[in-house]
Design a protein around this ligand. Structure first.
Ligand code: NAD
Length: 416
């Protein structure tokens, strides 16, 4: 069975989906691993190390052909739809496929009858923690956001007692204490800052306090807990009161890290223009929710905004700014997802397995992820399909070139 790992081509993407460590393990599972030359370069994994781990290196033209030859392709981000169109029927794609945004890709994957496993759809259950790329990458974003704030702040983070007198510690406010927020709290504490935290889920309070942060109490008339351990969308009345309470903390803060999200909704607006105007010149806001619309009214994706001396940063892809460890962890997430699917040299997609069923975006010509299917006007199949014979989801390694020229199923998955 052939695994292909391409070089990522999105501007600014520096990560890679397999490392020499994971390649070695996959070769032990009897996979033939091909890695595009230079795939690990910007994450500081050398071609020679992939080769020593047992991979074959492909130059660009061979890599182009490998899309059509591989039984399994592992990427970090959604590949261009034209690459997916080269994949053979029954092959499997694994990556952060951005199903909410990549309509053309999703249609192409369904047309080509590719089994696409979207890393962001892996259910967040205990058994799947080692596969949880959202967490591994969000944690890096939280860490890096604090380093960015510390780097741009015209002050120290820690309390310092020097011969020239005492310097007070920086005050940091973290909004949203999910995976990224908790790592931001831990990092800011390690750097010696005082940290205050706002979240709408009561369960978070204990975690915040165990990291040494101070939880900002909010007037919770209703629980902020939504389904699956995530937050619920709060009404505008609540958000207004939350902003009133937090505004005073922001006025005293040196750095603010915002990470607040509600699944499937635009990011809640927690920091208004007036709140920024009330902050000290020289203070820094890092808005990690910027690509979901932003927690701060002034943040712009990929830009820096200076508002009366307050710096508002809207970084787009912070994990890509720490590509070595981001790749190391992401590649382990991919390995943890893929390894249990390998059965005697084949990849088997057991549709009754909760993790596979949750992560499968497309399979056998259909879009299985209901919200995506609905958005694209395609019918999603019933959640659990009984396995037929050897397993309905079993993917045999097709002979080389098989499926290469197979026509897309006409009028089926590709049509709205
Ligand atoms: P997320 O990115 O969806 O949201 C980030 C945070 O923003 C959350 O803590 C949320 O409560 C908070 N938020 C929403 N609205 C807010 C508001 N108005 N004000 C302040 N904060 C607000 O969350 P996430 O990082 O993906 O994680 C959420 C939870 O998912 C975790 O705490 C955990 O319970 C669960 N989880 C479970 C697993 C697992 O079991 N494998 C793995 C990761 C996360």
């Amino acid at each position: 069975m052939k695994l292909f790992v391409p070089r990522e081509r999105r501007p600014g993407e520096t990560r890679v989906a397999a490392t020499p460590e994971t390649v070695k393990k996959l070769v032990k599972e009897r996979l033939e691993v091909a890695v595009e030359r230079g795939a690990g370069r910007s994450a500081f994994f050398a071609d020679a190390d992939y080769e020593s781990a047992g991979a074959t290196l492909l130059d660009e033209s061979a890599a182009d052909a490998a899309w059509g030859d591989a039984d399994l392709v592992a990427t970090v981000t959604a590949p261009p739809a034209d690459r997916a169109r080269r994949m053979k029927a029954g092959s499997v794609l694994v990556g952060l496929l951005a199903p909410h945004a990549e309509d053309e890709l999703v249609r192409a994957l369904a047309d080509r009858r590719v089994g696409a496993l979207a890393m962001e759809l892996v259910p967040r259950i205990s058994r799947a923690q080692s596969m949880d790329a959202l967490s591994s990458q969000a944690s890096i974003a939280g860490y890096k956001a604090v380093l960015l704030a510390a780097y741009r702040l015209p002050r120290y983070f820690p309390l310092l007692m020097t011969a020239a007198g005492t310097v007070p510690p920086a005050k940091v406010v973290v909004m949203g204490a999910g995976v990224a927020g908790l790592q931001a709290i831990a990092t800011a504490k390690r750097l010696g800052a005082q940290v205050e935290v706002s979240d709408v889920r009561e369960a978070v309070k204990e975690q915040v306090e165990s990291l040494g942060g101070k939880f900002i109490e909010l007037p919770m008339e209703e629980s902020g807990e939504g389904a699956g351990g995530y937050a619920r969308e709060m009404g505008e009345d609540f958000l207004r009161r939350q902003r009133e309470i937090v505004a005073g903390r922001l006025a005293a803060a040196d750095a603010v890290i915002t990470t607040a999200l509600v699944p499937g909704k635009p990011a809640p607006k927690l920091v208004t223009r007036e709140m920024v105007a009330g902050m000290k010149p020289g203070s820094v806001i890092v808005d990690l929710a910027v690509e979901q619309g932003g927690n701060c009214e002034l943040s712009r994706a990929g830009e820096e905004v200076d508002e009366g001396g307050v710096l508002v940063l809207g970084p787009r892809n912070l994990p890509a700014e720490m590509p070595h460890d981001a790749s190391l962890l992401y590649a382990r997430n991919v390995l943890a997802l893929v390894r249990p699917l390998l059965v005697e040299g084949r990849i088997e997609l057991d549709l009754e397995d909760e993790v596979v069923a949750g992560a499968l975006l497309t399979h056998d010509g259909t879009v299985r992820h209901a919200p995506t299917a609905e958005r694209l006007g395609m019918a999603a199949p019933a959640p659990a399909e009984p396995a037929a014979g050897g397993g309905a989801g079993s993917v045999e390694p097709a002979p080389a070139g098989a499926g290469e020229a197979e026509p897309a199923p006409a009028g089926e998955a590709g049509s709205p």
